[in-house]
Design a protein around this ligand. Structure first.
Ligand code: GUN
Length: 293
């Protein structure tokens, strides 16, 4: 079994972007509302990664009492500020705020989370249009790429249909000509699908959902879940101890997809800055619409 070591790869990816960051001088703005303890940890990890890459980090904190209209005004200020290249609004937000309305207000060219309809729509077209794909999905692709895990023609099963992970991972697998099955919490007989998988991606937020009897020998498993257990420990959606005995490759939690999401956010921030400063049309050699034929 080979461990998909996202922690080491994320550090190497961030280091490889230092020179480009020095040239482009990007600024990432992180908007935080209220005091969610998980968000504080995620934001700290993003700040550390920005410092390592040489990206200016501009954190703006607002009380949970901020209104939706006030928050949208703050986002519009950031949209219009030419000194800021990337903006993320850390989720979750207080119940009083409508998340889709907030995401809609982010300028797509600064949307380094890749949550905007424009960026998700482009991600659907082909790899050539994946300029700012959702960071978690991009992190998963970079992890598989690094370990030379081919996707073309492979049986890929994605468990989870969120807009942040499951859905974009599914379409990015389609862009790479994998044979993809998407499952979710309502899927009947989940094991019937997961047992077929050459590559199994799990992103539902359900501790130990995938057990050893649900995978075939030699499978590649990518665990996107991050669950905090009552004892304070983090665990994924996969029973790592037992599934790892059957897997050829498996990502751990922590130290797998989590750091890769942060590295992908850094990559998106560098790429967004380049697109803003050098908005040249990329030459494509094949039509993105060829699959419509
Ligand atoms: N909350 C948990 N994960 C994420 C993420 O990737 N982006 C944002 N904005 N909020 C999150």
């Amino acid at each position: 079994m080979i461990l998909l070591d996202g922690k080491s790869l994320a550090e190497a990816m961030i280091d490889s972007m230092k020179a480009e960051a020095k040239r482009l001088k990007p600024t990432l703005c992180v908007i935080r509302v209220g005091h969610n303890s998980a968000s504080l940890v995620y934001i700290r990890n993003k700040r550390i990664a920005c410092e390592r890459a040489g990206i200016r980090f501009d954190e703006r904190d607002f009380p949970a009492s901020i209104t939706q209209a006030e928050l949208i005004r703050e986002i519009e200020n950031v949209n219009h500020d030419s000194a800021i290249n990337g903006v993320i609004v850390q989720l979750p937000l207080p119940d009083s705020i409508d998340v889709p309305a907030i995401i809609r207000s982010i300028d797509p060219i600064k949307d380094v989370d890749g949550f905007q309809a424009y960026n998700l729509g482009k991600t659907m077209l082909s790899t050539e249009f994946e300029d700012l794909p959702p960071a978690t999905a991009l992190g998963v692709m970079k992890l598989l790429d690094h370990y030379d895990i081919a996707l073309q023609g492979k049986e890929v099963v994605v468990v989870g249909n969120s807009n942040i992970a499951g859905k974009p991972i599914t379409v990015m697998m389609m862009n790479r000509s994998a044979t993809v099955t998407n499952c979710n919490r309502s899927t009947k007989n989940l094991a019937e699908h997961t047992l077929r998988a050459d590559i199994l991606i799990v992103a539902v937020g359900h501790p130990n959902l995938i057990t050893a009897t649900m995978v075939k020998k030699g499978v590649t498993v990518v665990d996107v879940g991050i669950n905090r257990m009552p004892n304070g420990k983090l665990c994924g959606d996969v029973d790592f101890e037992n599934v790892s005995k059957k897997a050829a490759f498996i990502s751990p939690v922590p130290g797998g997809v989590g750091p890769m999401t942060v590295a992908a956010l850094i990559l998106n921030t560098v790429n967004a800055t380049r697109l803003q400063k050098h908005p040249v049309q990329k030459k494509t050699h094949s039509s993105p619409y060829s699959t419509f034929a």
